[in-house]
Design a protein around this ligand. Sequence first.
Ligand code: ZN
Length: 346
Amino acid sequence: MPLVPMRQILDEAAKGGYGVGAFNVNNMEQIQAIMEAANETNSPVIIQASRGALQYSRLIYLKKLMEAACEEYPHIPVSMHLDHGNSLKTLKTAIDLGFTSVMMDGSLGEDGKTPNTYEQNVEITRAAVEMSHPLGVTVEGELGVLGGIEDGHGAGLTDRQVQDHLTDPNQAEDFVQKTGLDALAVAIGTSHGAYKSGRKDPKTGEVLPPTLAMDRIHAIHEKMPNCHMVMHGSSSVPQELVDIINQYGGKMPGTFGIPIEQIQDGIKHGVRKINVDTDSRLACTGAIRKVFAEKPAEFDMRKYLGPARDAMKQVYIDRMLAFGQAGHAGDYTPMSLDEMKKVYGK
Ligand SMILES: [Zn+2]
């Protein structure tokens, strides 16, 4: 089946009361692992690529890999989404490649560092919608800014700055209305990467787990029950995956992730898309380190990339089950971009 507009995947998720994992990809092994997991759990799925990933895979390779994924698993609804687009030009590149969904991250300027004003964010996001909807393409926007390292588009704000830039539920309503977007990325204190907290205990200096402003999600859902929210930086960073890395020569102390229960609470309150990148990186790295440590003479890349693919697949299966998307692949007939155009045209 051809790629599905993300809007439909989110609308169906809302009907079914579940969330859908949006997994970042850079290469063939990741795409295969996601598709195998989706196939085994019978899940609709969102595959996303950042600007960094597009650069790394040199565009055309990613496009062809996506086509292969759809061809191999025709019964699985898949959307291909651009993560953190920084300009209309980047969005256009992704749409031309066949992406069925794009994120216009207007919370930051084109440099990916300087926070935009609210008015600038409204303007660029509105322009993204005006460009994409006539093509049937879904648009995600972001209000408030996220901390941590974003791949290709990151503020790297301090914890203090993150707390100052949480999504304001009243502003969210105005933002959705003015832009006409399909999905709203909210800033509730999550950040990208494996170190989701800049907070330290003032007395002991110990790194503390992140505090999430779930009440913002609850408030937005109350105001706009039909608004699809997106949680970024939502890897759970399971300690057992970090332990494997550290056991085999890695050095990743003090990592923190987002507990699955908090994500599930979000899903009960309108979160439909959950971005997970770090967890698969951890699984991949741990599996490769393990082979290298246990079999130092091994140099056949299939012997370490194979286990890496298996380890990533397990992470995806776990998330698909936890988010509730498992079992829903056959619930609906996927729409084409042409059909979606008509919906937007009404
Ligand atoms: Zn993000």
